[in-house]
Design a protein around this ligand. Structure first.
Ligand code: THU
Length: 160
């Protein structure tokens, strides 16, 4: 028997320490959170992606009285980006959230379903995305893409 060690490298920094490009994307996600429709959870999430060429596209979580019909900010954004710009790779994604007390302190982490969609986007364009998780106290940067957040993942590789 043998063991496999799976490790993830996460850079931790303050908002002020983000590069100008990362800060711009993060600010777009923070603004997008304000446009969220979340009357049930009162948890407002915003996402922003930078596409190949530099354009930034944003989205937010959209809830529904029939709860499962709602969608997270990350998937709203990635599906919108894919629908509008089907030929453009996603270079980076930033995610931010707020609740009744304002912006959350801990970096927000994408749910499993969103990670799966992030992985599909990366594989579609054969490019891992830079992931910036915003918290007002600290931010996480994951340079290696979604595989860092979701090792041993299922992808189209298994369908070949
Ligand atoms: N949510 C997101 O939009 N993104 C995440 O990464 C986690 C959760 C949304 C879904 C739901 O509208 C609310 O936050 C509470 O779960």
């Amino acid at each position: 028997m043998k063991e496999i060690i799976l490790s993830t490298v996460v850079k931790v920094c303050s908002y002020e320490e983000l590069s100008p490009a990362d800060r711009q994307l993060t600010d777009a996600a923070r603004e997008a959170a304000k446009k969220s429709y979340a009357p049930y959870s009162l948890f407002n999430v915003g996402a922003a992606v930078r596409l190949d060429g530099g354009e930034i596209v944003c989205g937010s979580n959209q809830e529904n009285a029939a709860y499962p019909s709602g969608l997270c900010a990350e998937r709203t954004t990635l599906f919108w980006a894919g629908a509008q710009h089907p030929d453009k790779a996603v270079e980076a994604i930033a995610i931010a959230a707020r609740d009744k007390d304002g912006e959350i302190e801990k970096p927000i982490s994408p749910c499993g379903a969103c990670r799966q969609v992030m992985l599909e986007t990366e594989m579609r364009f054969d490019r891992p995305m830079r992931i910036i998780l915003y918290g007002s106290r600290e931010c996480y940067i994951i340079k290696g893409g979604t595989k860092e957040l979701m090792p041993l993942s299922f992808s189209s590789d298994f369908l070949k």
